[in-house]
Structures are given as structure tokens and as C-alpha cells.
Design a protein around this ligand. Structure first.
Ligand code: ZN
Length: 390
């Protein structure tokens, strides 16, 4: 049984764990993130890994980081809640540890974990949508993570759903995550309590008196007790969720959506209205199978488990002098690298590709193609029990 370390790096905490091949966490620790300083954040990561390395023999180390990871999976292009701007995270942490690490976006790592060991086990076409401060998302197509050309795919939180709507942290207005996230749920409840305090008595009680005390867990508790105001908040957020999932289904047609993040702990209080809205909004409804909409199973451990497993799998696939034979995974990789010769992708070189890239992300495209983008969920039969609406 080989072990790997996964590290989940967010704006407030660094959580690291030792994970076995079945996705079980054998040891775990967490530290607060010194988010304002890239160097101190990297040191906190290295310290956590070093502590775990003192107790366990591991074959691989993976980092799942909240931000835009470049296509070489080495550099953090941008992180909304950390000070990373074009930061060579892989290199910096490897220098501190003296060992190779694999870097991945945190939502991608979570999506991978849910598909391998959690709610979407057995599915190969999966989208994870995690509702927290905003919306985090990861996409698996045919069992492989889809990262996009620049590593930034899967940001549906910033799809505009309301023209000239609520202002978003990204600078645009009307983004989906302004209507469908943990923050949106809390904003909805506080706004209701301000407007109609006599209808929000239970929410205000649980929140300690004022609207500002109303938090996500408070709303979930009130809704669990059957409080109409809290239930209405989940109806609203769930409605936005289902509508957005229908839009995503129109593009990706996944077999399974996994809903994660703190809000998902409300379970069917959120998912029932989401499923209803999804069925109302889905194009071709009645004449197509419905994607499953499931609550995430791994909770806040998903990032650790996914980062560790991706690192372990990508280490198994890395060709080494002692193991020259091709694995099933590297065959997937070579078919991927030959695929872009289709007319739509054009030829490499100057053009739209050149405008955005930093030197770090394109330093070695051959290596990128060989080392990134090749982990795939093993080919297990897709569950066939998908009901249609007819
Ligand atoms: Zn936005």
C-alpha cells in the first residue's frame, strides 16, 4: 500500500494529510495560512509536509491550491484570497522540501476525489460545484480532469446570470456566485431579516439578535427545524443552483453533478429545490436522461484526498529510466497529445496563444503535455440507473 501526502491550501488554512490508495486519511493536521506573504505561506506548507514525513513513508506529495494554476501545474497565476501572483509554487516548495511536488487547483482536486472515492464514484463525466464564499468547480470529462488550455477552466461562478445584477468581486455584475453561494445564502437571509424582522424571529434568535449574526449554520439549523423563512432562503439559492446546473448541462452534459462546500451540508434542503429547478430549466427535458445531482461525500477532506491521489497517480505515470514501459495512463496521454491536430485547434505558434502566456507557463510545452493532463479515472461502467422525466 503506497501512501501520499495531500495539502489543501485555502485563504485561511493549510490542511495536510497522509492518504492511502483507497482515499482514507491516516493522519491529518492543519495550520492557519499566513496568506499575505507568499514566502510564509510556502513555509507553512513545507512545515506541515515535513511534520507528516517524519511519521510516514510516502511516495508522492500533492498540493491543492485555491487559485489559478497554470497549464504546467507549477505556477500560481493568481489567487483571489492569497498573495500569489505569478508565483512558482512548485519550485518554491520543492526547494524547501528537497522533493518533487504536484500542484493542482483545489476544486479540481476535490472533483477528482469525489469521482474516485466519493459521491461520483463510478462516473466519468462529472462536474463538482462547491458553494462557499463563491463557487468553486472542477470538471471531469471521460474520467480526466478538464483544465482548459491555460489551466483556468471551470469558473462558472463568473458566468453572468443577471444583466446589470449584483456587483461581483471579479469586477463584473450579475455573476452566478452572487446569487448562488454560501455568501449569497447569508445575504438573502440577512436582507429578509432586515426587511421583515417579524417573519425572521427564529433566524434572529439563533443568530444572537441582529441580522449580522445570521450565518450559514444558523440558516441550516432553522431550516432543519422547519422555519419558513430559512426554508425560503434555501428555495431561492436552490432555484439559482438548479437553473445554473441546467445551463452547465447544456454545455457539458455530465452524468453527475456533485454539490460541495459548506452550504451542501444542508443536503436535500438545498438539493430538492435545485433538482426541481434543474428539471424545469433543462433543455430537451422529458426527452433526455437527467443528470444525478448529489451532495459531496468527502466534505472538507476532499482537497487533501484529491491532491494526494493526483500526485500518486501522476508519479505512477511519470516515465523513469527504471520503468520504461508505457502504462494505460500514458497511452491516454499520447492520444491526447495527438488529438489537437484537428482543424479547429490550428497550428502552434504566434497568434491568440501568445498574448497571455507568462514565460513560466510555456517554458517547456513538451514537458507540460507529458506530465500534466494525463491522470484518468479507471474505466468502470457508468451507472445506468438514470431516470428520465417522461
Ligand atoms: Zn464575478
Amino acid at each position: 500500500m503506497t501512501l501520499a501526502i495531500g495539502v489543501d491550501i485555502g485563504g485561511t488554512k493549510v490542511a495536510a494529510g497522509v492518504v492511502d490508495e483507497d482515499g482514507r486519511i491516516l493522519a491529518k493536521l492543519r495550520r492557519s495560512t499566513p496568506a499575505a506573504s507568499p514566502r510564509r505561506t510556502e513555509q507553512a506548507i513545507a512545515d506541515a509536509v515535513t511534520e507528516l514525513l517524519g511519521q510516514h513513508q510516502v511516495t508522492a506529495i500533492g498540493l491543492g491550491a485555491a487559485g489559478f494554476v497554470d497549464s504546467a501545474r507549477a505556477t500560481m497565476l493568481f489567487a483571489p484570497n492569497l498573495a500569489w501572483r505569478d508565483e512558482p509554487l512548485k519550485q518554491r516548495v520543492e526547494e524547501r522540501l528537497g522533493r518533487e511536488v504536484v500542484v493542482e487547483n483545489d476544486a479540481n482536486a476535490s472533483a477528482w476525489a469525489e469521482a474516485r472515492f466519493g459521491a461520483a464514484r463510478g462516473y466519468r463525466d462529472v462536474m463538482l460545484v462547491a458553494l462557499g464564499t463563491g463557487i468553486g468547480a472542477g470538471i471531469l470529462i471521460g474520467g480526466e480532469l478538464y483544465r482548459g488550455r491555460w489551466g483556468i477552466a471551470g469558473e462558472p461562478g463568473h458566468v453572468r446570470v443577471v444583466p446589470d445584477g449584483r456587483l461581483c468581486g471579479c469586477g463584473n455584475r450579475g455573476c452566478w456566485e452572487q446569487y448562488c453561494s454560501g455568501n449569497a445564502l447569508v445575504a438573502e437571509a440577512r436582507e429578509f431579516a432586515r426587511r421583515t424582522p417579524e417573519g425572521a424571529i427564529r433566524l434572529l434568535q439563533l443568530g444572537g439578535g441582529g441580522p449580522e449574526g445570521i450565518s450559514g449554520p444558523v440558516i441550516t439549523q432553522a431550516a432543519t427545524e422547519g422555519d419558513p423563512a430559512a426554508l425560503r432562503c434555501f428555495q431561492t439559492i436552490g432555484g439559482w443552483l438548479g437553473q445554473g446546473l441546467a445551463d452547465l448541462a447544456a454545455i457539458l452534459d455530465p452524468a453527475c453533478f456533485v454539490i460541495g462546500g459548506g452550504v451542501s451540508e444542508a443536503g436535500d434542503l438545498l438539493l430538492d429545490p435545485a433538482r426541481a429547478a434543474f428539471e424545469r430549466a433543462l433543455t430537451g427535458r422529458g426527452y433526455r436522461p437527467l443528470a444525478e445531482i448529489k451532495v459531496a461525500q468527502l466534505g472538507e477532506d476532499a482537497g487533501i484526498v484529491g491532491a494526494a491521489d493526483l500526485a500518486r497517480v501522476s508519479r505512477q505515470m511519470t516515465p523513469s529510466p527504471s520503468a520504461p514501459t508505457q502504462t494505460a495512463f500514458s497511452q491516454t496521454a499520447s492520444s491526447q497529445t495527438t488529438a489537437p491536430s484537428s482543424p479547429s485547434s490550428g497550428s502552434p505558434g504566434p497568434g491568440p496563444d501568445g498574448s497571455f502566456i507568462r514565460s513560466t507557463s510555456m517554458a517547456n510545452p513538451v514537458t507540460n503535455a507529458a506530465t500534466a493532463q494525463k491522470a484518468a479515472i479507471p474505466d468502470t461502467p457508468q451507472p445506468a440507473a438514470v431516470a428520465t422525466t417522461r
